[in-house]
Design a binder for this molecule. Structure first.
Ligand SMILES: Cc1cc2nc3c(=O)[nH]c(=O)nc-3n(C[C@H](O)[C@H](O)[C@H](O)COP(=O)(O)O)c2cc1C
Length: 217
C-alpha cells in the first residue's frame, strides 16, 4: 500500500483515500465491510455460476442512478482480484463528472453508451509491481492485474442486478489526457441499469474451446 497520497487528484466524494501504515489491517477490513456488511437486497444473485451464466453486456442503459452501496461493492470487488505478487499493479479512475464522461465517449470512437451512471477507467500501474523480472513481464503483469480487476467489478455489477459494457476501443493517449494520468488505460467499465434484460449470448461448444494436452509418449 502506498503511504503517500496524491493530493493533486480529485476523488469522488466518499472515496478520498486515507493514509495507512504498512501493517494496518483496516484497509482489508474496510474492503470486507464494503463487500459483506453493506446493505443488500433479498433478490441479490449470489450464486457465482448463475451470475456468470446470465451476465449480458448492455449498450442501452436507463438514467436511473446506482445506489452508493452498490458502487462500494463494485469497487471493493475489484480490490479482491488477484494481482501479481499482490502488488496491485493497477489503478481505477472513477469518473464522477458528466462532462468528463462525454469526453470519454468521444475518445472511444463516439460510443455514446460509455456515458453511464458509473464509469470506471482501469489503468496499468507497472511501477507498483516490485518484482525482479524483465520490464516486458512487469507490463504483462500489470495489464493482467488491471484486466482481472475490471472483470471482478463486472461480475459484481451483474450480481447486483446491474448491467455493464466493457470498452476496449479507445484512443489511449486522449484518455490519458482526459483523466489526467500517464498510466496506460486498459478498459472502461460502464455500468447502469439496463432498459431491458436480455439472455446471455451464445458461445462456441466447450469441447471446441478446451484443448486437452495429454502426456506425450
Ligand atoms: C477486451 C474487450 C474489449 C471490448 N471492447 C468493446 C468496445 O469497445 N465497445 C463495445 O461496444 N463492446 C466492447 N466489448 C464488449 C463485447 O463486445 C462483449 O463482451 C461481447 O460481445 C460478448 O457479449 P457478452 O458480454 O454479452 O457476453 C469488449 C469486450 C472485451 C472483453
Amino acid at each position: 500500500m502506498d503511504k503517500k497520497i496524491d493530493t493533486t487528484r480529485a476523488w469522488p466524494k466518499g472515496y478520498e483515500p486515507v493514509e495507512e501504515s504498512d501493517n494496518d489491517l483496516s484497509v482489508r477490513l474496510g474492503l470486507m465491510t464494503s463487500i459483506l456488511n453493506k446493505k443488500t437486497e433479498k433478490k441479490l444473485n449470489t450464486d457465482i455460476f448463475k451470475v456468470m451464466a446470465t451476465r449480458r453486456s448492455t449498450r442501452k442503459f436507463s438514467t436511473n442512478p446506482i445506489e452508493k452501496w452498490k458502487i462500494d461493492k463494485i469497487l471493493a470487488a475489484a480490490d479482491t482480484a488477484p494481482t501479481a505478487g499482490n502488488f496491485q499493479g493497477f489503478e481505477i479512475f472513477y469518473i464522477s463528472d458528466k462532462d468528463t464522461k462525454e469526453e470519454l465517449v468521444k475518445a472511444a470512437n463516439n460510443q455514446s453508451y460509455v456515458n453511464t451512471p458509473l464509469v470506471l477507467v482501469f489503468c496499468m500501474n507497472p511501477s507498483r509491481v516490485k518484482l525482479d523480472f524483465p520490464a516486458k513481464v512487469i507490463m504483462k503483469f500489470s495489464m493482467q492485474d488491471a484486466t482481472l480487476a475490471a472483470a471482478y467489478s463486472q461480475l459484481a455489477a451483474s450480481a447486483l442486478g446491474l448491467s455493464s459494457i466493457w470498452i476496449g476501443m479507445f484512443d489511449e493517449d486522449r484518455v490519458k489526457e482526459i483523466i489526467g494520468t500517464d498510466l496506460r488505460p486498459t478498459s472502461f467499465l460502464c455500468v447502469g441499469y439496463p432498459i431491458k434484460k436480455r439472455p446471455a449470448k451464445q458461445r462456441r461448444q466447450l469441447k471446441e474451446l478446451i484443448h486437452v494436452v495429454e502426456k506425450k509418449d
